[in-house]
Design a protein around this ligand. Structure first.
Ligand SMILES: Cc1ncc(COP(=O)(O)O)c(C=O)c1O
Length: 421
């Protein structure tokens, strides 16, 4: 397929103030979840036009923005939420942290399914709430995750549990909750007086044609009253620094309460890029989106094929969603243990983990070893709690040659690890 959007060409990110690329010249970062691919030409044009306007005053959110979001959800996810459900916030995590402050009390439990995007823990813990983990079940033979319903219910039923944060689809496990899973979570949450916040920032990127992303608010009534859905163009369109999130809430009272919090926290007003970029993304960039999906899908297949062929002791979890392959190194560490052994600390799956004080795991040792021996940077799975201690995570929304380089480096480190351990 012709490379219409220049995905094969590296975007210059080294030495350009990008968080991910603040590394030595011979190092290759495959860590933070942003893309090394150029965003859609429509977004670039919209931002050019904005800059050329030479006027950067205070802005409102125009009707066009809400309509663009509605159009996107209708075209791609068969979901047409009323415009009045939507409120703007300056990012998914700013919105989540604000919701935690507004809708829960200091000392409350914020429940989440682990392993999960580590910043959820910070959002809870930094606000004096207690991040409460419900570890996903993991089947070693099939390398698949599922929800441990008994554990979820037990923890939802705790008087102190007032919010559950769902990652739909799930980073880093790639799990795509079925509509019935989401409905069950919402039913339990209603029963126990819990608010469900569903972070759906990865919802536009699915790789398993038998599965579909379900926007949580597309569930029928009465499964909407205690639910908040967060979406953003930031992952799908590689525009995280435009800082834009749409918060969808069906219940008017809950919405009013949440929006008062966004205003108190001063996260309800856009910067000069948020509106033009989001409209151009959601309304005008379908062609780029389709091309990006097929490009990134091929990258994920390349990772899977190369690991199976050349690094059989590392097994990718079947990624139904996200561009963040989640690589199970359990067999590698069993055959070639690190020394001193630090695989799984006994209380690692504790439900009372302190977010900012996680145990050092073999995944930290392995990722440090990889960086030292081949200059490749990947995330240690221990960052995400749950059973992450024996996993690593690698972001692969980048030019193909970069994935090839990363895999060659990983192979070098893998061989050395096997030799030395
Ligand atoms: C699940 C999830 N939520 C939120 C974010 C960040 O969102 P934002 O930049 O809008 O705060 C990320 C980034 O990696 C993510 O993976």
């Amino acid at each position: 397929m012709a490379d219409v959007f220049g995905f094969d060409n590296p975007v210059k990110r080294r030495h350009h103030n990008w968080a991910k690329w603040d590394v030595a010249d011979d190092e290759l970062p495959m860590t933070i979840a942003d893309m090394d691919l150029p965003t859609s030409p429509q977004i670039v044009q919209a931002l050019h036009d904005k800059v050329a306007s030479a006027t950067y005053g205070y802005e409102d959110i125009p009707q066009e923005y809400y309509e663009a979001v509605q159009g996107w959800l209708t075209r791609h996810h068969r979901f047409t939420p009323p415009l009045e459900w939507m409120s703007f916030a300056t990012g998914v995590i700013p919105a989540l942290s604000s919701l935690i402050r507004t809708l829960t009390t200091v000392g409350d439990n914020v429940l989440m399914l682990t392993p999960v995007y580590n910043i959820f823990f910070n959002s809870a813990a930094n606000n004096g709430r207690h991040p409460l983990a419900s570890p996903l079940d993991y089947e070693n033979a099939s390398h698949t995750y599922s929800i441990n319903w008994a554990d979820v219910e037990k923890k939802m039923a705790l008087a102190r549990t007032t919010m559950m944060v769902v990652c739909n689809p799930h980073n880093p496990s790639g799990l795509v909750p079925e509509p019935e899973d989401l409905a069950h979570i919402v039913r339990l949450a209603r029963q126990y007086g819990v608010i469900v916040v569903s972070d759906e920032v990865h919802g536009d990127m699915l790789w398993d044609d038998t599965l579909d992303y379900t926007p949580i608010l597309s569930l029928p009534e009465p499964l909407r009253g205690n639910v908040i859905e967060l979406i953003s163009p930031s992952k799908t369109f590689n525009c995280a620094a435009t800082h834009a999130c749409m918060v969808l809430i069906a219940d008017p009272n809950l919405r009013a309460h949440a929006v008062r919090g966004f205003n108190n926290d001063e996260i309800a007003e856009p910067n000069l890029t948020a509106v033009p970029a989001s409209i151009a993304a959601y309304r005008d960039s379908d062609e780029w989106y389709a091309a990006m999906l097929s490009y990134v899908r091929a990258n994920i297949e390349l990772v899977n094929d190369t690991l199976a062929r050349e690094m059989p002791l590392i097994t990718p979890v079947k990624m139904a969603a996200t561009y963040l392959p989640w690589l199970d190194c359990t067999d590698l560490f069993a055959a070639h243990p690190s020394s001193p052994v630090s695989s799984v600390s006994p209380d690692y799956q504790s439900t009372e983990v302190e977010a900012l004080d996680r145990p050092h795991t073999v995944s930290d040792e392995f990722t440090a070893f990889i960086r030292q021996t081949s200059g490749l940077l990947v995330n240690p799975g221990g960052e995400y709690f749950g059973n992450g201690a024996t996993f690593i995570r690698m972001a692969v929304a980048c030019p193909r040659h970069q994935v090839e380089d990363a895999l060659a480096r990983l192979k070098r480190s893998y061989d050395l690890w096997c030799e030395q351990h």
